[in-house]
Design a protein around this ligand. Structure first.
Ligand code: APR
Length: 290
């Protein structure tokens, strides 16, 4: 049976939620945290399905679902790059919040019993202190670029001064050169999963994420609308595997519904910064002090 609460500020845990978290803690269970754009909303980054707006190419307006495609990159590589540089500029000015920090405390307390699966490319988990090893960036990471032709050059750091530019201005020849693969001279591309592409292990840790979901004793979902394929599969695997399921979100969504159907599920209604510090405290208990 689901229980909700609608406070905005930090709040004590509901008894049923405390009980679920206490069972996972006492059993030394494995925890998978699954995050989406909502965890970065309080850092000032608009959620994906919020007011992020459109992009104009010629006389046409494009929505993110149209810009963030391989097909669009083939047609309009400069436009797609300008759109990403604009988005990356927003991310650069943001700082991690208490939600990101709480998950770092959880990782440090649980060690290899913790996996973070994030859909966010904003790097705020890493900037808060999350390890690359235990963080699966399943939609990529704005910190990196790679060859658009898969020539084998591997991941390269996002060119530093491009991160600081105004994304809406046309690319200069020098900037165009920065976005050229040093190995094959074709275009570099952002290291992100586009809407018309598939998950894989090499770039997006697909198999590792499914494995972590199968082994989880608790799935802690934070700030996602469940609109993409792999997060939905993670939720289903945890549900059918009997893992406890806690969803943190101010709004109802597919994961809160899954929590409602779960024997050990709880919809912790509220924002990430209001709910996560208390949830993590209950999961790590005295270990947080060591
Ligand atoms: N705390 C927690 N959750 C929040 C907060 C907050 N402060 N503010 C908003 N949310 C919730 C919203 O209620 C919504 O359920 O965050 C969710 C954001 O949903 P989306 O914008 O759809 O973002 P996300 O689920 O991460 O999108 C998934 O889709 O567009 C693609 O690749 C993109 O990674 C993205 C993926």
């Amino acid at each position: 049976m689901i229980q909700c609460s609608c406070h905005n500020g930090p709040m004590p845990l509901e008894p049923r939620l405390r009980e679920i978290l206490g069972e996972v803690r006492d059993a030394g269970g494995r925890v998978v945290a699954l995050t989406g754009a909502g965890i970065s909303a309080e850092s000032g980054i608009p959620t994906f399905r919020g007011r992020d707006g459109f992009w104009v190419v010629g006389s046409r307006n494009y929505m993110p679902q149209e810009m963030a495609t391989h097909a669009m990159f083939l047609m309009e590589p400069e436009e797609v790059w300008r759109w990403y540089l604009h988005r990356f500029g927003v991310v650069r000015h943001a700082a991690p919040n208490a939600g990101h920090e709480a998950l770092v405390r959880l990782e440090r307390a649980l060690g290899e019993r913790f996996t973070l699966v994030t859909q966010n490319i904003d790097g705020l988990h890493r900037r808060a202190g999350a390890s690359d090893e235990r963080t699966h960036c399943i939609h990529g990471d704005a910190a990196w670029v790679r060859c658009a032709h898969d020539c084998g050059v591997g991941l390269l750091p996002h060119p530093a001064h491009l991160a600081a530019r105004d994304g809406r201005a046309p690319l200069s020849p020098a900037e165009r050169e920065e976005l050229t693969c040093p190995r094959c001279r074709g275009w570099l591309r952002p290291h992100v999963l586009w809407f018309d592409e598939c998950y894989d292990e090499e770039n997006y840790r697909f198999d590792s994420t499914l494995r972590a979901a199968r082994e989880a004793d608790l799935l802690l979902v934070v700030g996602t609308s469940g609109a993409t394929n792999l997060p939905v599969r993670v939720g289903q695997l945890c549900f059918t595997g009997g893992a406890a399921l806690v969803d943190v979100n101010p709004e109802e969504n597919p994961f809160s519904e899954l929590a409602e159907r779960s024997r050990r599920g709880f919809f912790a209604r509220g924002s990430a910064t209001a709910r996560l510090p208390e949830i993590v405290e209950a999961l790590v208990g005295e270990r947080a002090l060591s």
